[in-house]
Design a protein around this ligand. Structure first.
Ligand code: ATP
Ligand code: MG
Length: 412
C-alpha cells in the first residue's frame, strides 16, 4: 500500500477528548475515528489490525472444533422476555413498524439457544460448539477508555451444548488452553492471567482472562506462585489462591480480555431445549459460553505496547510488516525504493510504502514511529551510496545497513 493513497492520515493533534493512550495513539496514527462516546469508525489501518486479531481467534476456534456462524444483531424482544433478561440495563431497545419491539443483542444466548435447538434432538446431535465474530451493543454507563469499553464493540462469542456436565467440563478446560494460545499469538502471552470469578447461581466459578495493565478497570488478586488470580467480586469469600491455597495475594490492575462461563441449564431451560438420551429419556441440554473481545484487545495492545513516540505493534497483528520510507527528492533514490517496494510485494511481504513527495524526512520518520510497524526500511542518498537500505526494528534495536539485493529476502 502506498501511503500517499492511504485513506486516513496521521495527525499531530490529539483529539481533545482522547481519554486514554489507546484512543490518542490510534486516532493520531489514522487507525480509528471516534463517532461518539464508545463508538468508533475503523479506517484501513485499524481494520487491518482488527481483522488480524479476529483471524488468529478464528483459527484457534476452528482448530478447537467449533464452527463459525453469523447471527443477527437485531432480535425480537420476546426472546429476552423468555429468559427474563429484557430489563437488563445495558440492553438497547428499538421500536419497529406497528409497535413491534426489538433489541440490539448485548450477547447471543437468546439467539443461539433456540437456533441450536432447531437442529438438535437427540444425544447424537450433541455436543456442538458454534461461534461468531460480531458487534455487540451495550448501553454502557461509562463508555470511555477508547476501544477498551465501547457501546458498540466487537466480540467473539462461542457457545457449547452438551449432554452432560462432565462433557461440558472437558470442553471448558480445553477452551482455557485455547484462549491462552490466542493470547500467546497476540503477543499478550506473558501478560494474561486466569482469574477466578463468581459463577453466578449455577456454577462455582467463571473464569476471566485478565491482561495485567495499570490502566485496567479491574482489580484482581494475584498469586505470584501460580500466576492465577481471584477477581475482586469473590475475594471476600475466597481470599486464597484457588490452586495452591497461598493467602499472600497481591492486588493488580488488569483489563478483562476474555470471559468463559458454565451456563449449565440457565438458557436451555428457559427455551425448553431438551434432548433424548440413548435410553430414550428426555434430558436438559447443558451449555457453556466463551467470550473474547477483539476490539478491546486492540486497545489493550496499544496500552501495553507503546513508547513516547507511538505504537509498537506485535508482529502478528501489525497492519503491515514493513514500513518502507524513501527520503529526499533524488530520482535514483526514488527508483531504488520503488524497486524494493515491488520486490517486497512479489515476495508477499506486507509493506506500507511512504512515497510522499511533500513530506519531510522528520515527518516520515515520526509517522513511522507513531504507526508502529515492526520493520522500518529507509532508502536515502546516503544508504544508496552504500548500495544499501537501512533496516530498523520498531522495538528499538539499532539500525543497520542491508545490501539492497538482500533486503526483500531478509524480510520475507
Ligand atoms: P466487563 O466486565 O469488562 O464489563 P463483561 O464481563 O460484561 O465485561 P462479557 O460479557 O464476558 O464481558 O464479554 C466478553 C468479552 O467481550 C470481554 O471479556 C471483553 O473482552 C469484551 N467486552 C465486554 N464488554 C465490552 C465493551 N463494553 N467494550 C469492548 N469490549 C468488551
Ligand atoms: Mg466481566
Amino acid at each position: 500500500m502506498r501511503y500517499s493513497q492511504l485513506f486516513g492520515k496521521t495527525t499531530k493533534n490529539a483529539p481533545a477528548d482522547a481519554e486514554s493512550v489507546n484512543a490518542k495513539l490510534l486516532t493520531q496514527g489514522g487507525f480509528v475515528l471516534k463517532q461518539m462516546a464508545g463508538v468508533y469508525n475503523y479506517l484501513p489501518l485499524g481494520l487491518r489490525v482488527l481483522t488480524k486479531i479476529q483471524n488468529i481467534i478464528r483459527e484457534e476456534m476452528n482448530t478447537a472444533g467449533a464452527q463459525e456462524i453469523l447471527m443477527p444483531a437485531l432480535t425480537q424482544e420476546e426472546n429476552y422476555d423468555t429468559t427474563g433478561r429484557s430489563n437488563l440495563e445495558i440492553l438497547f431497545h428499538l421500536e419497529g413498524a406497528g409497535g413491534s419491539k426489538f433489541v440490539l443483542n448485548q450477547s447471543h444466548e437468546e439467539v443461539v439457544t433456540p437456533l441450536v435447538q432447531t437442529y438438535s434432538f437427540s444425544y447424537r446431535d450433541l455436543p456442538v460448539a458454534v461461534y461468531q465474530i460480531q458487534n455487540k451493543f451495550r448501553n454502557e454507563p461509562r463508555a470511555k477508555s477508547g476501544l477498551l469499553r465501547g457501546r458498540e464493540f466487537n466480540m467473539k462469542d462461542l457457545y457449547s451444548f452438551h449432554t452432560s456436565e462432565e462433557d461440558l467440563n472437558t470442553f471448558y478446560e480445553k477452551m482455557q488452553g485455547v484462549y491462552f494460545n490466542v493470547y500467546q499469538r497476540l503477543g499478550l502471552g506473558e501478560r494474561v492471567v486466569l482469574a477466578f470469578a463468581s459463577g453466578g447461581s449455577f456454577s462455582r466459578y467463571s473464569h476471566e482472562f485478565q491482561a495485567l495493565s495499570d490502566v485496567g478497570e479491574d482489580t484482581i488478586f494475584l498469586c505470584k506462585k501460580c500466576n492465577v488470580a481471584v477477581n475482586k467480586e469473590i475475594i471476600d469469600e475466597h481470599n486464597f489462591c484457588p490452586q495452591c491455597n497461598n493467602v499472600d495475594l497481591v492486588p493488580k490492575k488488569a483489563i478483562e480480555v476474555g470471559n468463559i462461563f458454565k451456563l449449565m441449564t440457565r438458557f436451555s431451560e428457559a427455551f425448553g431445549f431438551k434432548y433424548t438420551d440413548a435410553a430414550g429419556k428426555v434430558q436438559p441440554v447443558i451449555m457453556g459460553c466463551y467470550g473474547l473481545g477483539p476490539s478491546r484487545i486492540m486497545g489493550t495492545l496499544v496500552e501495553i505496547f507503546h513508547d513516547d513516540k507511538g505504537i509498537v505493534w506485535p508482529e502478528t497483528v501489525a497492519p503491515f510488516k514493513v514500513h518502507l520510507v524513501v527520503l529526499g527528492a533524488d530520482v535514483e533514490v526514488a527508483e531504488a525504493a520503488e524497486k524494493l517496494y515491488v520486490e517486497l510485494k512479489k515476495k508477499m511481504v506486507e509493506v506500507l510504502f511512504d512515497d510522499r513527495e511533500k513530506a519531510s524526512a522528520g515527518e516520515k520518520l515520526s509517522d513511522a514511529d507513531l504507526i508502529g510497524i515492526p520493520y522500518r526500511i529507509l532508502v536515502s542518498k546516503k544508504t544508496l551510496a552504500e548500495k544499501s537500505a537501512e533496516l530498523k526494528e520498531r522495538t528499538g534495536a539499532a539500525a543497520r545497513l542491508v545490501p539492497l539485493s538482500r533486503v526483500a529476502g531478509e524480510l520475507s
